[in-house]
Design a protein around this ligand. Structure first.
Ligand SMILES: CC(=O)N[C@H]1[C@@H](OP(=O)(O)OP(=O)(O)OC[C@H]2O[C@@H](n3ccc(=O)[nH]c3=O)[C@H](O)[C@@H]2O)O[C@H](CO)[C@@H](O)[C@@H]1O[C@H](C)C(=O)N[C@@H](C)C(=O)N[C@H](CCC(=O)O)C(=O)O
Ligand SMILES: Nc1ncnc2c1ncn2[C@@H]1O[C@H](COP(=O)(O)OP(=O)(O)OP(=O)(O)O)[C@@H](O)[C@H]1O
Ligand SMILES: N[C@H](CCC[C@H](N)C(=O)O)C(=O)O
Ligand SMILES: [Mg+2]
Length: 499
């Protein structure tokens, strides 16, 4: 493919575009440059890739996308004040074709679940669908992990065109605030988008709630096609950020469709817990329907309905969509029942790692605790290191207020001292909280003390397969999966009981 044509198609004005230069690929890491590559040289949090431009050119880079003031000798300099954006738009012209229906989901909690449920609904409607997010890339044939929620822009775009080549026509992807602010998912036609909710997270990176919100709003302002439908959760838990998101989307001229108890597109008029899930009464297009969702918890109902909204907004048939909601499969690590202890207490694993999510997860389980018979809700969780420190005490508070027994333990300590993280979490917790450092020991203690009518919630790591300890060259990832550990601890408790 010729560079001149890519530059023209991307609408970049750069004078002499070197029309005859052949392009073989794109890279943002100089170690991945091969002859014919376009290299994006960005200033990052840890490295300034502008330092690697000479090495990239030596390795065969034919063009460098970088700030105007950067010196580029021996390759074409595609200068831009926003090199990440320019690079994304250029690369998007190279990685074609792409699936015809692409939707993006943002929000603080519920992105992975919503992207994954949208994929499931499309699939049950007969489409070849995939999702991209924290769980990796999930296709009709299986799932592959990418390591990050929103992969880097080159991986993202090449995955998209790879999926299209495999015949995938529908993709739902998760737009994290990091991904949005670093232009990691740009340049593609996005036919609809969704906003789940907004609350505290990632202030280590964004600094303030306003900045964090502004990063999310790039989805509405720049990523989604103009005039596209925006599905916004307007449920009982909606807050002032929901109103701001609705106004923001409307200002951009998007077709705002709200979903939830206060929704106009899909109105949730009743929700009742059933033995295996919940029954939802939903008004849509003048019709009232009762759906049986085979998943528990208000938050899962919210994600299922936002997903149904996305499927409807992209042309799926209403009866097929509502039928599919009744057949949704659980999302890995989201209120996943790992095991039932020997004493009869179910153990749930959930990815809650913000104060709001922790509260939502505990509230989801509360109706299933047999309080009449003295049942208690035992929550085991911690907070990740090298992430927003200000969310730790509020997480302790949310757990203490909503659970009966709280055991504060380690999550992924990363480069921080695990005991200090636990201390910060405990500073917000009340008298029902205690502390057990090792995550396996904490899980074992919860399982050991649980009685017949109790429920255990292990929160924070969900589907994760490892525990990250240390950072930089000292970083180690120890194999650790909450579901598996819970099963092992339950089996050990049973054996001890028999012995
Ligand atoms: C803070 C953050 O988001 N960092 C990500 C970002 O880093 P950065 O742009 O600051 O990059 P950097 O490491 O300083 O390097 C700058 C540039 O030099 C290049 N480089 C670097 C070294 C070298 O030898 N050669 C070279 O060319 C890099 O490719 C990069 O383009 O871009 C890198 C390349 O894509 C990512 O690996 C890195 O993710 C780090 C590891 C990370 O932990 N990110 C987390 C916080 C994250 O993004 N999480 C969200 C989830 C949030 C949620 O779900 O709510 C996500 O979307 O996954
Ligand atoms: N709609 C929701 N409202 C409140 N809490 C939710 C909602 N959906 C999910 N959660 C909570 O957040 C956790 C993570 O859910 P999910 O992985 O779908 O969110 P995410 O936005 O993708 O998270 P991340 O930011 O880590 O990528 C769940 O395990 C649950 O505890
Ligand atoms: N996407 C989130 C995941 C947090 C999961 C939790 N286990 C932790 O390590 O903090 C983040 O990178 O902040
Ligand atoms: Mg996610």
């Amino acid at each position: 493919m010729k560079l001149g044509k890519l530059i023209e198609e991307a609408g970049l004005a750069i004078g002499d575009a070197g029309p005859d230069i052949g392009v073989t690929g794109f890279a943002i890491d100089h170690r991945k440059v091969a002859p014919g590559t376009v290299f994006g040289a960005f200033q990052g949090a840890k490295f300034n890739a502008e330092d690697f431009i000479p090495s990239a050119i030596e390795a065969g880079a034919v063009a460098i996308v970088a700030r105007p003031e950067v010196k580029v000798l021996g390759a074409l300099h595609i200068a831009s004040d926003e090199p990440r954006r320019a690079f994304a738009n250029l690369a998007a012209q190279f990685f074609t074709p792409v699936p015809e229906t692409i939707v993006a989901v943002t929000g603080t909690n519920g992105k992975t679940s919503t992207a994954e449920m949208t994929r499931q609904i499309w699939r049950m409607c007969g489409e070849r669908a995939a999702s991209i997010g924290t769980l990796g890339v999930t296709t009709p044939d299986g799932s592959v992990s990418t390591g990050l929620t929103t992969p880097d822009i080159v991986t993202f775009l090449s995955n998209m065109s790879g999926l299209a080549r495999e015949g995938v026509t529908h993709v739902a992807y998760e737009a994290s605030s990091h991904g949005l602010s670093q232009f990691r998912n740009e340049g593609l036609p996005v036919t609809a988008c969704a906003f789940t909710n907004f609350s505290r997270d990632h202030l280590d990176y964004h600094g303030t709630m306003e900045e964090y919100f502004a990063a999310k709003m790039r989805l509405f302002d720049e990523v989604v096609d103009s005039g596209a439908p925006a599905i916004i959760w307007a449920g009982a838990d909606a807050n002032e950020w929901t109103d701001r998101a609705i106004k923001h989307a409307a200002r951009r001229g998007l077709e705002v469709r709200t979903v939830g108890e206060g929704g106009d597109f899909l109105r949730l008029s009743a929700r009742e817990a059933t033995q295996l899930g919940q029954s939802l009464t939903v008004e849509h297009d003048g019709e009232s329907r009762t759906l049986r969702l085979p998943l528990i918890g208000a938050y899962q109902a919210a994600n299922a309905l936002v997903s149904a909204g996305l499927a409807l907004a992209t042309g799926a048939d209403a009866s097929q969509v509502f039928d599919a909601v009744g057949r949704l499969q659980p999302v890995r690590g989201r209120l996943e029942r790992a095991v039932i202890t020997a004493s009869g207490a179910p153990v749930y694993v959930d990815y809650a790692h913000t104060p709001d999510a922790l509260e939502a997860a505990i509230i989801a389980l509360r109706p299933h605790v047999n309080a009449n018979r003295g049942g208690k809700l035992i929550a085991v969780f911690g907070a990740g290191g090298d992430r927003d420190q200000g969310k730790r005490a509020p997480m302790g508070g949310a757990a203490s207020r909503n659970a009966d027994i709280v055991i504060v333990t380690d999550d992924n300590p990363r480069g921080e001292d695990a005991a200090s993280i636990r201390k910060a979490v405990r500073s917000g917790a009340g008298g029902n909280a205690s502390e057990i450092g090792g995550r396996r020991d904490a899980i074992a203690a919860a399982i050991g003390q649980a009685r017949e009518n109790d429920i255990i919630l292990i929160a924070g790591k969900g589907h994760e397969e490892g525990q990250i300890i240390g950072s930089g060259d000292d970083m180690r990832v120890l194999p650790f999966n909450d579901v598996q550990v819970a099963r092992e601890c339950a089996a050990e408790t049973t054996r001890e009981g028999i012995a």
